[in-house]
Design a protein around this ligand. Structure first.
Ligand code: USQ
Length: 362
């Protein structure tokens, strides 16, 4: 097994002058810790796949992977909206990275299966009359002779950030390379991730994952968890009527394992799974935490995304694929307590309160 990474997320920490709440060790320390606890070796290649295509292609030919799991994208919606520069970087990086992975698979001549981390945000967050399906929508069209005919199309993308737009664009690249080059692909439409620890990272403190709580990279539930621990009123944007889909980090790793073990058959279309376990309204999340910790206050702040997101929405999304493969989700009720005890309380001294307010969306 090997990791290809240009460690860009660590460089963005320096740029934003913020650090993960949890202390992250160097990549070599992490690899050494994993070797000690598991006896398994992971190779590491410091490469920017969006820029260093030929080095990446050479590596693919030499390493001959059976599966590539593609996470190599700038992953924050708020970061992508910070400025003209971050917008352009997100598009350049994400779309080039995806195209380069696909192109390298074709050029290598190897039968490599690609699993990609996409986003549930490609569907848009609006109240829909129907349940949003897993990637594809069946529609009735009128044929030229007047009959009603069923067709299947990609669910129309309708994104709220340029970051989510890159994930929507990725879908077209997958469709193209799957149809023209026969690459087997699974695209995971992942929800908003919360939590920090997985079975593997619990084995050694040096393996701990990032916990972002700042207004740019912190996702809403992790932000509320640390805000509760440090006595900062929970920053609900607007009236908190937004409904979003969530998944615990442990479940994301299980879903990726399930996706790797269940490739689509040769010749099949791109397989799309909605990688979510629960949906919640933002104000309900805040109220759940306030009930658990009575000293917690909720602050309904001006929504930095008020011109972009609906004030209130329902979000009905299909999620049968992973459940039918055996995913046993970690629900909020259980995971929250562990997260507050093991992470927020333990590392609250590392929290810089000045980094909590949200940035303006452009
Ligand atoms: N929100 C608050 N208070 C906060 C932070 C967020 O009320 O302190 C609200 C936002 O207005 C939004 C919702 O919570 O309605 C989710 O915000 P978020 O910042 O947790 O998530 P978002 O920026 O929409 O996107 C993030 C990541 C992105 C990932 C996505 C999962 O930036 O990488 O793809 O979560 S999803 O949108 O489900 O696809």
């Amino acid at each position: 097994m090997g990791i290809v990474d240009n460690l860009s997320r660590r460089k963005i920490d320096v740029e934003l002058e913020v650090e993960s709440l949890t202390p992250i060790t160097s990549i070599h320390t992490r690899l050494a810790a994993w070797r000690e606890v598991s006896g398994k070796e992971i190779s590491f290649f410091n490469l920017d796949i969006a820029q260093e295509y030929y080095q990446f292609l050479a590596l693919v030919k030499e390493f001959r992977p059976e599966v590539i799991v593609h996470f190599a994208e700038q992953r924050s919606a708020p970061y992508s909206t910070l400025s003209e520069r971050t917008k352009r970087y997100t598009v350049d990086n994400n779309i080039n990275a995806t195209n380069n992975v696909l192109c390298a698979i074709v050029e290598s001549g190897l039968d490599i299966y690609l699993v990609h981390l996409g986003s549930i945000g490609v569907y848009g967050y609006h109240t829909t009359v129907m349940e949003i399906p897993e990637g594809y929508l069946k529609i009735q069209v009128q044929s030229r002779s007047g009959e009603s005919v069923e067709q299947e199309i990609l669910y129309p993308a309708d994104t709220e950030s340029i970051y989510h737009m890159t994930k929507a664009q990725d879908q077209l690249l997958f469709h193209y390379y799957n149809k023209n080059n026969g690459i087997r692909i699974t695209d995971l439409h992942q929800g908003n991730v919360w939590g920090t620890r997985t079975q593997e990272t619990k084995l050694d403190e040096r393996l701990i994952n990032r916990f972002d709580y700042d207004g740019v990279y912190g996702t809403v539930l992790n932000r509320f968890i640390i805000q509760a621990a440090v006595g900062y009123p929970l920053t609900v944007y607007g009236n908190g009527g937004q409904t979003r889909a969530f998944i615990h980090i442990q479940d994301t790793t299980r879903c990726i394992e399930l996706a790797i073990n269940n490739p689509p058959p040769k010749g099949a279309k791109v397989q799309i799974f909605n990688q979510i376990t629960q949906t919640h309204r933002i104000k309900d999340l805040a109220e759940t935490i306030a009930k658990m910790i009575p000293s917690v206050k909720i602050n309904y702040v001006d929504n930095p995304r008020k011109d972009i997101e609906d004030k209130e929405n329902e979000f009905f999304v299909a999620k049968e694929c992973f459940l039918s493969m055996g995913l046993k989700p970690i629900f909020l009720e259980k995971g929250l307590i562990e997260e507050i005890h093991d992470i927020a309380n333990k590392y609250q001294h590392r929290c810089d309160l000045t980094k909590i307010p949200p940035p303006v969306w452009t």
